[in-house]
Write a protein that binds this ligand. Structure first.
Ligand SMILES: O=c1ccn([C@@H]2O[C@H](COP(=O)(O)O)[C@@H](O)[C@H]2O)c(=O)[nH]1
Length: 285
């Protein structure tokens, strides 16, 4: 099962999920000057990040919005990046946050689990109902693919809908419990399901309860770094530093900008940002 591959990858390389949220504004001038082609520039930036962090990164998350915003050239870079990750034996999450009627969901599944945009995991939005999630199940059953469904997100607006009271508790628990039951069908040897949840690392009051209630769920935890998620809070969602991957995008890929010689030592500072994040969450600094 794909979740076993992720579990093993976290065991070998750690829980950091490097977020490739690549905007042209983030790319050093010396990479931009190498080509006049947007797809090549974006891919070169991503490639350098992958090359200098792959051995200490459990999985890479590619945020499709940044690539869509650059049009066709952006999508070429998205596709090339995913192929490169595969070549390097690195696991990938396509952060596409899909949610639609069943017929359309089937097409999204085909689009992101095969062909030019193929990834190992995608993110899904459950707010159109469970029939927007079930069309992906055949791919999970195959053992080759997985997904993370939004449970309790990292943004301030999470309070607007996810926290609405339902049966005396926040609504996200109702959605979570139902999807958790469905996820039982896709449990791997590691004890976690290939159908996991996104839980934001920016809220911590409910972290212990979420980890406890969804014991067999693997978590994708965004919010560390640029959004202010704290190591001590994020740790609560992990289980012996596995059972989840912690995403940081801007905090890693723009880390070089904090240094005067950042452009010349782009890969060194990018790797250092991953190492610092790991040590911080391990409680080593
Ligand atoms: O609840 C959520 C779900 C997804 N995200 C995504 O994670 C990254 C975070 O980027 P940073 O630069 O580390 O803040 C981004 O792609 C979001 O779309 C999230 O932040 N929160």
């Amino acid at each position: 099962m794909i979740i076993d591959k992720l579990y093993d990858s976290v065991k070998d390389k750690g829980f950091v999920c490097v977020g490739l949220d690549t905007s042209l504004d983030y790319i050093p001038e010396n990479i931009k000057n190498k080509s006049s082609n947007v797809a090549d520039i974006v891919f070169e930036f991503n490639k350098q990040i992958i090359d200098c962090t792959n051995d200490i990164t459990g999985i890479f998350k590619v945020q499709i919005a940044y690539y869509e915003a650059m049009g066709l050239e952006g999508l070429k870079a998205y596709s090339k990046t995913l192929k490169y990750l595969k070549e390097k034996n690195a696991l990938s999450i396509g952060d596409v946050k899909r949610g639609d009627i069943a017929a359309t969901a089937k097409e999204y599944a085909k689009a992101h689990f095969s062909g030019d945009f193929e990834v190992d995991f995608i993110t899904l939005n459950p707010y159109m109902g469970y029939d927007s999630i079930t069309p992906y199940f055949d791919y999970f059953k195959s053992g080759e693919k997985g997904a993370f469904v939004l449970l309790r997100t990292s943004n301030p607006g999470a309070k607007d809908i996810e926290y609405l009271e339902y049966k005396n508790e926040p609504l996200y628990y109702e959605i979570g419990e139902n999807i958790y039951k469905m996820a039982d069908e896709f449990i791997g040897e590691c004890g976690y399901s290939s159908l996991g949840f996104v839980v934001g690392g920016t809220y911590s009051e409910e972290a212990t309860e979420i980890r406890e209630r969804f014991k067999k769920s693997f978590f994708l935890i965004p919010g560390y770094g640029a959004q202010g998620g704290k190591a001590e809070d994020i740790r609560l969602y992990l289980d012996d530093f596995n059972g989840g991957v912690v995403n940081s995008s801007r905090g890693i890929i723009t880390a070089y900008k904090k240094h005067e010689d950042g452009e010349n030592k782009f890969q060194e500072y990018t790797r250092q940002a991953v190492e610092n994040m790991r040590n911080d969450i391990y409680g080593k600094k």
